[in-house]
Each structure stands twice: as structure tokens, then as C-alpha cells.
Design a protein around this ligand. Structure first.
Ligand code: SAM
Length: 214
């Protein structure tokens, strides 16, 4: 199945985004900023309305598109989002200043590897993981610790443009470390006794998990 065509089709079937979200999305796409694809936009929008999370943590803000989307569709939630790349932080600050005036979005500036250990155990009922893909596996212990019982974890881009399903020898040598790490991540979220997970072959691959209640 051709991912771009599928995404284009899904985009056409979805209700239009609010004007400001559409503007941020178009600007991000024209600036070459990687943001969630239409099917993942639909998934988050659906989950925000159904799960109605109160405390969301996002790892990987970029310019704030997905954080603002979650903020828009989960009106009771506080969104904490982490980004470490200054050029994107500039734009994220501007977007949050313009569109999240009720201070329900907190931008934590810095490397998630340093920030996650400082956040509160069980403090989040929804975590969206969308940062450097090679780091997913190193963040997982902290993420499980941060997830409240019953809380949900959504991880984007777990298929690495399809590489993950190929043998390591079919993958370019320079992509093998990330291939191995992402396979390990998928194995860990699937096998963890603390989580129940499903791997969804949508967009570039998404895992959805929830933290089991003890
Ligand atoms: N979630 C955003 C959206 O859809 O609007 C897109 C996020 S983009 C795919 C990934 C972002 O994660 C990049 O802007 C990158 O700079 C950031 N990032 C990668 N590794 C990070 C880390 N260790 N700590 C904080 N941010 C990180």
C-alpha cells in the first residue's frame, strides 16, 4: 500500500482542522518540519475526545502542531511538551503564545533524556512519543514510570519508513542501529508486564499502549 496516497485519501475524509491549526500545519510542511501525518492527526483527535486525558506529556514538540492539536481537542487537559532544538523552539514559543493563551501548554526546553527523570511518577494519563526514534528505547523506563495506571502511550513512526519489517541485512548499513533499537522498542512495549500494546500499521507505524492497573 502506498503510504502517501493512503494519507492523502484519509486527509480528504477527515473533518477540516481549525483555521490556526491548518495554517501551522501548512507552514510546517512548507518549511520541511516533520509533523504528524493526517491519519495520526485523526487518531489523536479521536483519542482526545474519547479518553479525555487531564495531563498530557509530549516528547518532541517541533513547532507545536501536535501539542496544539491535543490542546484543542482535549479542552480539560494540561499539555507538557519537550523540545531541544532551538530553531524549532523559537517557532513553538510563538505558536503557543498566539494560540494557547490559557497557559494549558507548558514547553519544557531541553533534552528529554535530562528532563524525563525529573518529572513526577504517574503524573500523566496520556503520553505522545514523537522525538528522535533511536531514543525511544532509552526513554521507555521513564515513560512507564510517568504513566498513571490506565494511562495511554502513543508512539509515532515505529516502522521507520518500512525498514523495521525488513531483515537487518536488507537495511542500509548506516540505518542498522536505529533499526535494531526500534525493533527492541516494539518488542519491549509488546512484552512489558506493565503495558498492554498494539502495533498499528498506519502512517509510518504507531504503537498504542496502556499502563496496566496493578
Ligand atoms: N510532534 C510534532 C508534531 O507532530 O507537531 C513533531 C515532532 S518531530 C517529528 C520530532 C521533534 O523531536 C524534533 O523537533 C526534534 O528536535 C525533537 N527531539 C528529538 N530528540 C529530542 C530529545 N532528546 N529531546 C527533546 N526533543 C527532541
Amino acid at each position: 500500500m502506498n503510504i502517501d496516497r493512503t494519507e492523502k485519501y484519509i486527509e480528504l475524509t477527515q473533518r477540516t482542522l481549525e483555521g490556526y491549526l491548518e495554517d501551522i500545519r501548512e507552514q510546517a510542511l512548507s518549511d520541511g518540519i516533520p509533523i504528524i501525518r493526517p491519519s495520526v492527526q485523526g487518531l489523536l483527535r479521536f483519542l482526545m475526545g474519547y479518553v479525555r486525558p487531564k495531563n498530557i506529556l509530549e516528547i518532541g514538540t517541533a513547532v507545536g502542531f501536535s501539542a496544539l492539536l491535543m490542546h484543542e481537542y482535549a479542552p480539560d487537559a494540561r499539555v507538557t511538551t519537550i523540545e531541544n532544538y532551538e530553531p524549532r523552539l523559537v517557532k513553538a514559543r510563538e505558536n503557543f503564545g498566539n494560540y494557547a493563551k490559557d497557559s494549558r501548554i507548558e514547553l519544557l526546553e531541553g533534552d528529554a533524556a535530562q528532563i524525563l527523570p525529573r518529572l513526577k511518577d504517574g503524573g500523566y494519563d496520556f503520553i505522545f512519543l514523537d522525538s528522535a526514534k533511536g531514543q525511544y528505547i532509552t526513554f521507555l523506563d521513564d515513560i512507564i514510570r510517568l504513566l498513571a495506571p490506565g494511562g495511554m502511550l502513543v508512539s509515532d513512526n515505529v516502522m521507520q519508513d518500512g525498514d523495521v519489517i525488513e531483515s537487518r541485512y536488507a537495511v542500509r548499513r548506516r540505518d542498522r542501529t536505529i533499526h535494531e533499537r526500534m525493533r527492541e522498542y516494539i518488542r519491549e512495549v509488546s512484552d512489558s508486564p506493565c503495558l498492554e500494546s498494539a502495533v498499528l500499521p498506519m502512517a509510518d507505524g504507531v504503537t498504542v499502549s496502556y499502563r496496566k492497573r496493578d
